[in-house]
Design a protein around this ligand. Sequence first.
Ligand code: CDP
Length: 227
Amino acid sequence: MVAIDGPAAAGKSTVGELVADRLHAVYFDTGILYRALTLEALQQRIDPADEPALARLAADLDVRIQRPTVSDGRQSDILLAGQDVTWDLRSGAVDRVVSEISALPAVRLALLETQRRIGRSGRVVMVGRDIGTVVMPDADVKIFLVASVEERARRRYEQFRGTSKGQALDEIRADLRHRDQIDSARDVAPLRPASDAIVIDTDPLSIDQVVDRVVDVATDRLKVGRH
Ligand code: CDP
């Protein structure tokens, strides 16, 4: 089990998916659960501070992740109660409140077991904020990806340029700062590297270099495990 954590737009999902391919593992992005819950809450007009209502919603969340059926740059199809919400999850409206909702302890608790079950199901590369610290503290490999806010804003700008989500660089930078601040300062499962995580500064590295490094660490661990 490989845990990859780090702040928004540090490259976790791109790297995570490529690492999973190389290791013949399943890739699972836990951010999807928090984003799907947020979208559902927005649709049902639930107050982002109504912790009991949000925890109930989290416990009943009907999210399905499947191989992409549309080739528009998506990593997978994400269905919420049967509806394709793949791009809705990336909307500015979701970005603006997802971290507030994710900071609620009852919400995190409601989503914990699902994540653990997937984490224990076999070879898995799981990405998020608290995988190495809380969800899978016994993960074989823990990686914490970091990058400067400038570099992360640039990456996200490139990712969405020319799409309906094409935001200005300033707006993206402000969103990343806002979410990082809430994700790092929350009481439950704050964003931080596990004490045994390998921290990789991705600023000077290409995607392939980051992937190579993570795969090297994982294969080394597996070898050690076999002796
Ligand atoms: O892709 P990006 O880095 O922008 O964010 P994400 O991984 O999709 O996560 C969206 C938000 O969900 C984060 O800013 C966190 O507030 C929350 N989250 C979390 O609290 N714990 C996780 N394991 C994953 C996401």
